[in-house]
Design a protein around this ligand. Structure first.
Ligand code: 13P
Ligand code: SF4
Length: 342
């Protein structure tokens, strides 16, 4: 079987993603109060990814990257986990907490990487080489996790690959860009699944070079889901959480941020006095009139404060998974958490 063409896999149409409505501060405050009240009643924890809208980040108990969120999910004593991120993240929380209720604001909050890697296609590829050790980026379905030997996130991918058995052939799914970056870092060859993040591959070298002319002192901080031509311009390549740490600890005052723009909210809160510039997601050489397009993940942005309140009121949509998938997917996630903690 050949590796699938990523272009076939990214199927999400723009029509599925209506423009976001802005809300007044009073409305946001009223909703936030309701959410905090529901949280107390339910003994719930609200986990939010760094790309969520500011008003969701502000009511969350924990905001972080995929690794931090799965670590929080693994240790929570709450009865209900309210997951503000995308579907695979909420699934991971359920796999780690099969007896807890896990709800999410919008069940359609998917991920182009997850879509690119159907479990049956992965199973076919695995059959072609019994010596494969499958390392799955956490941005994949529970079924794909269940077929994998170990999971990784962008925050620990290098460590996970370094810990992989030396005698095996490594198969890395589903992000070819993260996989290529990890190969560069570790020197370990891997077979890469042909998937990518539709949002991160929109960043291009030419537009970044042009932006750097206006901000010559700025450090360029890039997520490893980006293309190599973009990663090559970076001062730092790292997960969203490590990006925040980098900006906090760096002596620089200006940063060009090459990832989803939701992260700027935390950066501004946690790094007062520093300036963050969102990298544009188009090529200014070819589209010189459109000069203000920050990157947004349309899946992450499906979540709103209203939907968050509603999912807590209705306890739906909730994550349900077959027992065998829950059990089989848990092992590679636990392996990741154990290697990460070393
Ligand atoms: P992080 O784990 O770095 O936050 O990445 C998650 C993600 O979906 C990036 O697009
Ligand atoms: Fe998936 Fe990309 Fe959105 Fe992250 S930014 S959730 S990788 S589509």
């Amino acid at each position: 079987m050949s590796l699938p063409d990523q272009a076939e896999a990214v199927a999400a149409g723009v029509d599925r993603f209506p423009p976001r409505r802005l809300m007044t501060r009073e409305h946001a405050e009223r909703l936030s109060r309701e959410i905090l009240e529901l949280k107390r009643e339910l003994n719930a924890i609200i986990l939010a990814h760094n790309y969520q809208v500011p008003e969701i980040q502000d009511v969350a108990d924990f905001v972080g990257d995929s690794l931090g969120l799965s670590q929080q999910a693994a240790r929570t004593g709450a009865d209900v986990i309210v997951f503000c991120g995308v579907h695979f993240m909420a699934e991971t929380a359920k796999i780690l907490n099969p007896n807890k209720l896990v709800v999410l604001p919008d069940k359609d909050a998917g991920c182009s990487l997850e879509e690119s890697c159907p479990a049956d296609k992965l199973r076919e590829l695995q059959k072609t080489n019994p010596n494969y050790h499958t390392i799955a980026y956490i941005n994949c379905s529970a079924e794909v996790k269940a077929l994998s030997d170990v999971i990784c996130t962008s925050g620990n991918a290098v460590k996970i690959v370094e810990a992989a058995p030396k005698d095996n052939d490594l198969l890395f799914v589903p992000d070819e860009n993260l996989g290529a970056w990890v190969m560069e870092q570790t020197g370990r060859p891997m077979t890469l699944w042909r998937g990518n993040c539709y949002a991160h591959v929109e960043f291009r070298r030419e537009s970044l070079l042009r932006l750097r002319e206006s901000f010559p002192e700025a450090k360029v901080v890039v997520h490893p889901e980006s293309l190599r031509e973009v990663r090559d311009l970076a001062d730092a390549v790292c997960s969203t959480e490590k990006m925040i740490t980098y900006c906090k600890t760096s002596a620089a005052k200006q940063f060009v941020i090459v990832t989803e723009s939701g992260i700027i909210h935390r950066m501004q809160k946690e790094c007062p006095g520093k300036q963050f510039i969102c990298a544009p997601t188009f090529d200014v050489m070819r589209m010189p009139t459109d000069n203000c397009r920050c990157s947004e993940c349309r899946f992450m942005k499906l979540n709103t404060l209203e939907k968050l309140r509603d999912c807590m009121k209705r306890l739906a949509p909730r994550i349900e998974l077959p027992e065998d998938i829950l059990q089989r997917a848990r092992l590679p996630i636990e392996r990741m958490l154990e290697i990460s903690a070393r």
